[in-house]
Design a protein around this ligand. Structure first.
Ligand code: PGA
Length: 221
């Protein structure tokens, strides 16, 4: 069964998912898990343009680099610039993995209302690289060569790309009430098909989403 819904453009991907986020924001205390990367940019732009009330929203980001020396490539910076600073989001409600006082914090990002995800070229979600346990909790990980290579487009040189990150694990991601996976570009099509229609295996971390009862997958090329 093909569970992937194809949208006509990257802008439509953003506005379609923004409708779902907007609906979630009508809850009394909405909790969201948010991704960084190039995929969610049209979504965040659309959300900002809608001038929604974010004052009661709690967000957990999926991941953050460790020992990153290029501060404007930190995921916190990305979120501030592309979403948080442009809304009435309360700073006290913004969480990143690794910066809570309790560590490891097993409650980090668990049981949220809506989890938004991108997918890496190797099938990773957040920084859960191939081989990550489906039972994995939030933790520090080494990035694979492929991910370092993929991310080098955002850094001055490949040597500036951090080699470690703190990532939300697959277990807390799967505890979300609803999950949306977004993919933009032909280069993501094969891995998306493999993840959603192929074998459920730790070699393709995103394939765990096939076992969740409330997942929507959106693709545009
Ligand atoms: P991208 O990254 O949105 O920049 O393609 C997605 C990911 O690696 O999870």
């Amino acid at each position: 069964m093909n569970k992937i819904k194809e949208l006509s453009s990257y802008l439509e991907l953003g506005s379609h998912v923004a409708d779902i986020v907007e609906h979630t924001l009508t809850l009394p205390e909405p909790k969201l898990i948010l991704p960084t990367g190039s995929t969610p940019l049209s979504l965040y732009k659309e959300l900002v343009s809608r001038e929604l009330d974010w004052s009661h929203v709690v967000t957990y980001n999926l991941d953050e680099y460790v020992d990153n020396t290029i501060q404007d490539q930190s995921y916190r910076y990305f979120m501030m610039e592309n979403l948080f600073k442009l809304t009435n989001m309360n700073d006290d409600n913004i969480y990143f993995p690794g910066d809570t006082a309790v560590w490891p914090d097993l409650s980090y990002g668990t049981e949220v209302d809506l989890c938004l995800l991108g997918i890496g070229g190797n099938g990773h979600i957040a920084f859960n690289e191939p081989g990550s346990s489906f039972e994995s909790e939030t933790r520090m990980v080494d990035l694979t060569e492929e991910t370092i290579q993929d991310n080098s487009r955002f850094f001055p040189t490949i040597d500036d790309v951090p080699t470690q990150a703190v990532t939300m694990g697959l277990k807390p991601i799967m505890s979300s009430r609803k999950i949306i996976l977004m993919a933009n570009g032909k280069h993501k099509k094969d891995i998306l098909d493999k993840a959603m229609n192929g074998e459920v295996t730790e070699d393709v971390p995103a394939s765990i989403l096939q076992t969740h009862n409330n997942v929507e997958v959106f693709y545009c090329d």
